[in-house]
Write a protein that binds this ligand. Structure first.
Ligand SMILES: C[S@@+](CC[C@H](N)C(=O)[O-])C[C@H]1O[C@@H](n2cnc3c(N)ncnc32)[C@H](O)[C@@H]1O
Length: 261
């Protein structure tokens, strides 16, 4: 879907299925192992829980957390620890950092088509031995996203929503490895598909309302949004039927840790 500038974020909706959303971040951070960063930057910090986790895991570090969404930063400020964990509105496309020991970006780069140019610059912002760790969804071919693209380009919606459709905005794990190894980093890249078993009514719809559907909900007025959601809900029910144990929503994620040598 479209770039971030066209999406208004809703921290409460993003918090739905918070445990499932948080797991890839936890596993990314676990993989960093026994490092002792002094200065940590969270790029695209959302409503602040991941940055608060980083501050808790490394109590001697200073954490700066940035996001372009004023709604997200307002929510994140509840986690602020003066002098140790701070939040501010900043578009990552114009962020110009230096001397970071650890840069983390969780579930953000899929919103920034320009990130392939930004990533090498971000590794240049690391102190020697510092790490850039990021995680992106790798599920743009999944029915949840394919159906969304189909609806946006259907006769009924294309005039209002067709402009939101674009190519898959992320590389494969191998693609990121080549990009950052080519820039002189030691790179650890991998992928995981989580078999998320979600409960509640229309759980896949509730999931995407927090993320992939944001640009659509931003572009439509309330009546049109309800009509769009009604169509989308029907298609999602066919693609992800509820089972006795819940609704299974397979979710592939791509992980990268690049160390500046
Ligand atoms: C799916 S949320 C992830 C938030 C957080 N990292 C987490 O894991 O909970 C994506 C975030 O990326 C932010 N974002 C997207 N494009 C951005 C940009 N160009 N500059 C800064 N933040 C951006 C959004 O505002 C949103 O908060």
């Amino acid at each position: 879907m479209s770039r971030q500038a066209e999406a208004v974020w809703d921290p409460a909706q993003y918090g739905v299925y918070g445990d499932e959303r948080f797991r890839p971040f936890r596993e990314l951070v676990e993989r960093l192992g026994d490092v002792a960063p002094r200065r940590i930057i969270d790029l695209g910090c959302g409503s602040g829980e991941p940055a608060a986790t980083l501050a808790g895991r490394w109590p001697a570090a200073v954490v700066e957390a940035l996001d372009s969404s004023p709604e997200m930063i307002d929510a994140a400020r509840a986690h602020e620890i003066p002098g140790r964990l701070t939040f501010r509105v900043q578009d990552l496309r114009t962020w110009d950092g230096h001397d970071a020991d650890l840069i983390v970006s969780n579930a953000v780069l899929q919103w920034i088509p320009e990130h392939l140019e930004l990533l090498p610059r971000w590794t240049d912002a690391l102190a020697p031995g510092g790490r850039l760790a990021f995680q992106v969804p790798g599920n743009f071919a999944a029915p949840s996203h394919a159906i969304l693209r189909e609806l946006c380009t259907s006769d009924r919606w294309t005039a209002r929503l067709g402009h939101l459709v674009r190519d898959a905005p992320v590389l494969s794990a191998e693609g990121y490895l080549d990009l950052l190894a080519g820039h002189g980093c030691d790179v650890d890249a991998w992928e995981t598909t989580y078999m998320q078993t979600l409960t509640g009514d229309d759980p896949v719809l509730e999931w995407v309302k927090g993320t992939a559907l944001r640009p659509v909900l931003t572009a439509l007025d309330a009546t049109a949004a309800d009509a769009f959601i009604a169509e989308y809900r029907e298609r999602l029910r066919d693609a992800y039927p509820p089972r006795p144990h819940g609704t299974v929503y397979p979710f592939r994620r791509i992980f990268v840790i690049a160390r500046r040598t």
